[in-house]
Design a protein around this ligand. Structure first.
Ligand code: GLU
Length: 427
């Protein structure tokens, strides 16, 4: 056998099992809520887990097999919904956790979806467009019986974008013999994507951050923030917050962190990454600092918008921000929650803060089913209202139960799913 070119990435240090991390919060919320044992048992187990092998012809003519996953955590509230991630670290525990987070996320913002997540273990930066297309089509074909506009609806996530969603829609439509725009969201506009979907997650981070700033009596124009991760979520959140007067003092990506005390010019940084292979490497509008320095910077708001477990027991103690708004899914490990709570930091949890993406995905699905296109203003007004209402509900639940905003968000979500289960019956 020839030597494999693909090098297994080194495991991330200090990374706790994300599914356990999700479960430990779920357990606290379930107890506070007085959830009965039967419901607990149902909600803790994913409804379906699919593991596929995807043989692809690479550009060099050789075959390579990739591993793919789709986990449906729940379809109690409706068809399951959740992104597909292309990343070298994809594994079943991560996908299971992310699928469960989608259930709670959709329930928090009260949209009629269950939760799912998918992923392919690959490094999208090392794949050509042709290889990515073949991989996406193979993944779609192997999950043809799982996907469907009334069953399970994929969307973009880390390492994927509108382009992959277009390929999924095309492959699915060809196989089914009819155009099925509503089977996937986050599509290119010309294929039935929604206006406002690309920036929707970042916009939701901005909306919830502004609501939280109000709660801690900080005026946006007097507030400063740092953003970890400059992908789709981080860059749009940074841009929109900067437009509202928040001084974004640092941004970061895999190449490092960049600090400018006067505020980074986010538009310039976005243009820079666009023409620099989506990387901030070499960005000269800020002084280079480490990721650890960014996390512990003396600013008002910290926005982790990169990956799971960015904030752990190792670094939580050094955080100086008064507010954390979680743009990423699961950026804080369960153990770090206590440290952060003891420090009196307010955390707008992931399942609320980054729910703007799936909310506009829902609007895209609605538009596809209606065969009608909404104007941007309608998309933005409606998602702002949904996120605002969800924020207030979670904040009031936090006060009522005397818990963190994270546990309050789980309480709201679990309660909604449990109530739905009760009325659906059948167990
Ligand atoms: N991947 C995004 C998330 O984690 C969006 C999911 C969707 O729109 O279905 O929320």
């Amino acid at each position: 056998m020839s030597k494999l070119k693909y090098v297994e990435p080194a495991p991330i240090k200090d990374k706790s099992n994300p599914f356990e991390s999700m479960m430990s919060r779920f357990n606290i919320a379930a107890e506070k809520l007085g959830l009965d044992d039967e419901t607990y048992e149902v909600l803790k187990s994913p409804a379906k887990q699919v593991h596929v092998s995807l043989p692809i012809t690479m550009d060099n003519g050789k075959k390579k097999v990739f591993e793919g996953y789709r986990v449906i955590h729940s379809n109690i509230l409706g068809p399951s919904k959740g992104g597909v991630r292309f990343d070298p670290h994809v594994n079943i525990d991560e996908v299971k956790a992310l699928a469960a987070w989608m259930t709670w996320k959709c329930a928090v913002v009260d949209i009629p979806y269950g939760g799912a997540k998918g992923g392919i273990k690959c490094n999208p930066r090392e794949l050509s467009d042709g290889e990515k297309e073949r991989l996406t089509r193979a993944y779609t074909l192997s999950l043809i019986d799982v996907f469907g506009k009334d069953k399970d609806i994929p969307a973009p996530d880390m390492g994927t974008s509108a382009k992959e969603m277009g390929w999924m829609m095309d492959e699915y439509s060809k196989t089914e013999g009819k155009t099925e725009a509503a089977m996937v969201t986050g599509k290119p506009l010309v294929l039935g994507g929604s206006l406002g979907r690309v920036e929707a997650t970042g916009r939701g981070v901005m909306t919830t951050a502004l609501k939280a700033l109000e709660k801690i009596s900080l005026t946006p124009t007097k507030a400063s923030c740092v953003v970890q991760g400059f992908g789709n979520v981080g860059s749009h959140a940074a841009l929109l917050l900067a437009e509202r007067g928040v001084k974004v003092k640092a941004i970061s990506d895999l190449s490092g962190a960049y600090w400018n005390d006067e505020g980074i010019d986010i538009q310039k940084a976005m243009k820079y990454t666009e023409s620099n292979g989506r990387s901030l490497e070499g960005f000269s509008d800020g002084e280079k600092i480490t990721n650890a320095e960014l996390l512990s910077a003396k600013v008002d708001v910290l926005i982790p918008a990169a990956m799971e477990d960015a904030i752990t027991i190792e670094n939580a103690g050094s955080i100086q921000a008064q507010l954390i708004v979680e743009g990423a899914n699961g950026p804080t490990s369960a153990e770090a929650d206590t440290i952060i709570k003891d420090k009196g930091i307010l955390v707008v949890p992931d399942i609320l803060a980054n729910a703007g993406g799936v909310t506009v995905s829902y609007f895209e699905w609605v538009q596809n089913r209606l065969g009608y296109k909404w104007e941007l203003d309608r998309v933005q007004r409606r998602s702002e209202r949904i996120l605002g209402e969800a924020f207030d509900k979670v904040f009031n639940t936090m006060l009522a139960y005397g818990v963190s905003m994270r546990i309050a968000a789980y309480i709201v979500a679990i309660d909604k799913v449990a109530q739905t289960m009760k009325y659906r019956g059948g167990f």
